[in-house]
Design a protein around this ligand. Structure first.
Ligand SMILES: Cc1cc2nc3c(=O)[nH]c(=O)nc-3n(C[C@H](O)[C@H](O)[C@H](O)COP(=O)(O)OP(=O)(O)OC[C@H]3O[C@@H](n4cnc5c(N)ncnc54)[C@H](O)[C@@H]3O)c2cc1C
Ligand code: FES
Ligand code: FES
Length: 454
């Protein structure tokens, strides 16, 4: 595979024999050792760099965990690493980190600086909460975060970098078009039929870990990131239609506009780095019982659209998950869109995990219903983490329907699920926590007071 990209303004052209090379490994093997490896699984942020692409004629920036992003993803893009910030003199962000005593051993510092660089040039934080969110994907074991948060909150005082010249530089790059990077859905479906064994790659935030942690190797990859048809969100006939390649970051504004409670829930997924790459389609297609999107989307009664060269199928999302590790997806099919009905249903979500940020759920919940006369009508309740697949709580739905909360028998949840014990939570804890979560979600929808233990 031939690729070309800009690294700190310099053109790099590569012929890749091995599709598994990660961006971080390539950088470090080629002398660009500013970016560090801490975890090699997207958790610590030490490897963070900033990717720039041209979208609708404008530069769009993403913070990237280079440890899990394949180097071939950079084809046609620009990558800015910490070396690119201090070519002539120290960057104002680096000076601010020095002034705030934000670095000791310095191992995390290149990644922290690059997350701050992304914040400065994409969306400077306006308050402490946004500053915390910007840095939630970057761990520092030495310094404590107060100094770094002060730098983040002072970003609006620093002049943004001039990135406009990148538009022309990227156009002049004339990046190749590898076969593995189709640019239309039809091309992708033809390749999927031709290479059913190829590993489909969306944002690579799951697949990347199979490469770095399980040392899994694929005959071929089929990368979907260059297909505009899969990156669109639009309203169609009373439905919100979300392309499978829409990232969490891209989906956030639209989903929050329709269901305000989504904002907090989505920001509990990964970090800015993970949410900039990870896609909604990837979160469904991976079939994880603890993925955070299925409970929310099942509660919203979403349907998914699957396509192959043979045709198109639609099915309710809940039917996609057959059993642990088995989804209703043929070898030649791709998940192409998610259709969410825009009925006037209220939505509540909850996520229980050991940390607020950067943690996978022990239990997650989506609940939607119509609210009338102090009761919930036709509730749809879906849980993650309570079974081998994301699953609805049909008995509890019946018990809750049109029933005042003080008369609901929450114990019926035990008829819906027999949860497992694992490292995240015991079966008993999951069951009790799930009952509490769903009760609070109901109180939230009904506008009743909720006790908050903070
Ligand atoms: C540090 C970190 C934190 C994370 N935190 C969370 C979290 O809080 N909550 C959570 O739910 N997840 C979390 N994840 C997991 C991951 O980010 C999500 O599951 C993400 O949505 C996966 O999407 P992706 O685009 O990266 O998928 P990929 O890794 O590219 O693909 C995942 C799987 O889906 C398949 N696939 C992808 N798109 C399609 C398609 N269109 N058609 C058919 N098959 C397809 C791929 O072949 C692969 O099997 C985290 C991951 C990391 C590394
Ligand atoms: S090395 Fe930890 S996120 Fe990349
Ligand atoms: S300064 Fe040592 S890990 Fe952050």
């Amino acid at each position: 595979m031939q690729i070309a990209f800009l690294l700190n303004g310099q053109t790099i052209r590569l012929t890749l024999d091995d599709p598994h090379v990660t961006t971080l490994n390539w950088l470090r093997d080629n002398g660009h050792v500013g970016s560090k490896e801490g975890c090699a699984e997207g958790d610590c942020g030490a490897c963070t760099a900033v990717m720039a692409e041209v979208v609708d004629g404008q530069i769009q920036l993403s913070p990237v965990n280079t440890c899990i992003q394949l180097i071939s993803r950079l084809n046609g893009c620009a990558l800015i690493t910490v070396e690119g910030l201090s070519q002539d003199s120290i960057h104002p962000i680096q000076q601010a980190v020095v002034d705030e005593h934000g670095s000791q051993c310095g191992y995390c510092t290149p990644g922290v600086v690059m997350a701050l660089y992304y914040g400065l040039n994409a969306q400077p934080p306006q308050n402490r909460e946004q500053a915390c969110d910007l840095l939630a994907g970057n761990l520092c074991r030495c310094t404590g975060y107060q100094g770094l948060l002060r730098v983040a909150m002072d970003l609006p005082k620093i002049a943004r970098d001039r990135l406009e010249p990148l538009v022309e530089a990227l156009a002049a790059l004339h990046a190749p078009t590898p076969e593995e990077h189709p640019t239309t859905l039809n091309q992708a479906l033809a390749l999927r039929a031709q290479w059913p064994d190829a590993q489909v790659v969306a944002g690579n935030t799951d697949v990347g870990l199979w490469v770095t942690k399980r040392h899994q190797r694929f005959e071929r990859v089929l990368m979907l990131h260059r297909i505009p048809e899969l990156q669109q969100i639009h309203l169609d006939n009373g439905q919100l239609v979300i392309g499978a390649m829409v990232t969490y970051t891209q989906a956030l504004a639209t989903l929050t506009q329709h269901w305000p409670s989504v904002d907090r829930y989505l920001k509990r997924i990964g970090s800015v780095q993970v949410r900039s790459a990870g896609t909604l389609g990837g979160n469904l297609a991976n079939g994880s019982p603890i993925g955070d999107m299925p409970p929310m989307l099942i509660a919203l009664q979403a349907q998914i659209e699957l396509q192959s060269v043979r045709g198109t199928r639609h099915l309710p999302l809940e039917q996609f998950f057959i059993q642990y590790g088995v989804q209703d997806l043929a070898d030649d099919e791709l998940l192409v869109r998610i259709h969410v009905p825009m009925e006037s249903r209220s939505l509540a979500m909850a996520k229980l995990s050991k940390r607020a940020d950067q943690d996978i759920s022990a239990v997650s919940l989506g609940l939607s219903a119509r609210v009338e006369n102090g009761c919930l009508l036709d509730p749809v309740i879906a849980f993650g983490g309570m079974a081998g697949t994301p699953k609805r709580a049909r008995h509890l739905e019946q018990a809750l329907n049109n029933c005042p909360l003080d008369r609901v028998d929450w114990q019926v949840l035990a008829q819906d699920f027999e949860p497992l014990s694992d490292a995240r939570a015991s079966a008993e804890y999951r069951m009790r926590a799930a009952q509490g979560m769903v009760k609070r979600a109901c109180q939230q929808l009904l506008g009743q007071p909720i006790e908050v233990l903070v």
